[in-house]
Design a protein around this ligand. Structure first.
Ligand code: DC
Length: 223
């Protein structure tokens, strides 16, 4: 059976997560947050004392861990790793950086491939990540590469962390955004890059609703 996929790839802070969730919700489709799988594996490694460069240890862990994504009654996301809630831990800068580090290992990427593809279920899937359109779902009918300027992305992250009550420095976040971008774009295994047939969408000056509306317009012209 043909199951349609929309891929939303792009750098951190481009709004992929928010846009993809809203899209999936509006279309009544499933949602894959592939970054969360890399973050989960990094958290599990730290929990079990597996080093972030221990390829065999990480691949073994990927086969063993059990993850559950739930939406609580008040609409919040809740993620369980082997039954333990890890939602807060998953969203920290530390987890993001650790995820980016293990994501550079080809064997780790290969170990997560089937896990990601299993999310493709009727009536459709919105997949958010870095290589959704290039590697994981190359046959997706609609591929979006979502970007925003590094300054705008650092600003968004700064506001997000402040809203969570964290004391953070914008300069540090800017350094972090640039370092993570450089690592995600320059790695040999599935570097962050638009698929040849992706539509580029820069949302530096677009609001969330405007961005969702653009993608829905594209989707309506295809599906
Ligand atoms: O989207 P995110 O910030 O949750 O992703 C965390 C890290 O995981 C990111 O720095 C790069 C990596 N990642 C990846 O390499 N491929 C994906 N499909 C998703 C995330």
């Amino acid at each position: 059976m043909f199951i349609p996929v929309i891929t939303i790839d792009g750098p951190s802070g481009s709004g992929k997560g928010t846009i993809s969730r809203l899209l999936a919700n509006r279309l009544g489709w499933h949602y894959l947050d592939s970054g969360a799988l890399y973050r989960l594996l990094a958290c599990a490694a730290q929990r079990d004392g597996v080093a972030l460069d221990d390829v065999d240890g990480l691949v073994g862990l990927a086969a063993r861990i059990h993850a559950e994504f739930r939406i609580t009654a008040d609409g919040e996301e809740s993620v369980l790793l082997d039954g333990e809630p890890v939602t807060g831990e998953l969203r920290t800068e530390q987890s993001g950086n650790a995820a980016s580090e293990i994501a550079a290992l080809p064997a780790v990427r290969a170990a997560l491939l089937d896990w990601q593809r299993r999310y493709r279920e009727p009536p459709g899937l919105v997949a958010d990540g870095r290589d959704m359109g290039t590697v994981v779902f190359p046959d997706a009918a609609l591929k979006i590469f979502l970007t925003a300027s590094p300054e705008e992305r650092a600003n968004r992250r700064y506001k997000q962390l402040k809203d969570m009550g964290k004391s953070v420095s914008l300069a540090e976040i800017m350094t972090d955004v640039r370092a993570r971008d450089a690592r995600d774009r320059s790695r040999a295994a599935s570097p962050l890059a638009p698929a040849e047939d992706a539509r580029l969408l820069d949302n530096s000056t677009l609001g969330i609703e405007e961005t969702v509306a653009r993608v829905l317009d594209y989707a309506r012209s295809i599906f």
